[in-house]
Design a protein around this ligand. Sequence first.
Ligand SMILES: Cc1ncc(COP(=O)(O)O)c(C=O)c1O
Length: 348
Amino acid sequence: MSYFREHIAAMEGYEPGEQPTDLSVIKLNTNENPYPPSPRVLEAIAAVTPEQLRRYPDPMGTRFRDVAAEVFKVDREQVLCGNGMDELLNMTVRAFSGPEAAMAYPTPTYTLYAVLANIQASIVREVPFPDDFSLPMDGLVAARGRVTYLANPNSPSGTYVPVAQVAELADRLDGVLCVDEAYVDFARENCMELARTRRNVLVMRTMSKGYSLAGIRFGFAIGHPDLIRGLRKLKDSYNVDAVAIAVAAAALADRDYHEQTRQAVISERERLARELQRLGLPCLPSQSNFLLACARKPDARTLYESLKGRGILIRYFSSPRVDDKVRITVGTPQQNDALLAALKEIVS
Ligand SMILES: Cc1ncc(COP(=O)(O)O)c(C=O)c1O
């Protein structure tokens, strides 16, 4: 007999990507930024005082909210901080869905949505993306979710749904639309305007990818003050710590550094996509910091294992529709060169 509630005992947990302790591994499997965070981050850490550590942190992370309000042209009351975006996703699932309230999302997508839904025993309506990963608008509207999730850019595809279509979706939905913009720092457009103008849109961001702070755990949501006020009720009292607030605020404020690293990743993404195509590994058009490449010979799993044997980690998903592909994070030029050299050996 299990001590756990029946639906928890029956469900699978989320499987994070491998985090090897061997630092010599070229790690292109979990979409971290290959560049270090802004130099202002280390200054912010050095400036942390013992008094800041002795006391509980500001429960709302006001220092960060003020920077976000200025950068994104919103009111402080429209910003909510989270211990990584994953925590904010968890809060929204708990707030809007459950055994009596459906959540919807297009698939394949970020697999955490399904896990969070299962924890709440939520009704889940998955709507398949077509093969080109364009938005299944009518299917999502028909799914009638109390909350709908759209990762944009999507993972693992890297593809982007134009803002005009996301706006139309938001206007046709009766429930809340959570736009997961984890990878938007590498995209041409973003949906922030919808968070400013729609009552039912939450735009969710992370400091993990575009700001090189996956190790700190900091995310934020921006939306109508009523949505933010409601979500506050679900959060842990002190969900973001004092060091994380200071670090995230410093990184977000350094716009020049952010633009520099963002452009470096984008230009390497375009080069890597061209070279992969040349090696017979065509990729979907990506607006993110990774590429989903179609593997034929050898198959995707063999490719993943052969690279791993050579000290290069990429991501292989065994689930339907993506099991013939591999997801590759864009690295530094040197890391990408090492990857391409290894692939050349493997595919010939
Ligand atoms: C689509 C998507 N959303 C959200 C997250 C989580 O971001 P965080 O590191 O802020 O929890 C990830 C992390 O990989 C992701 O791929």
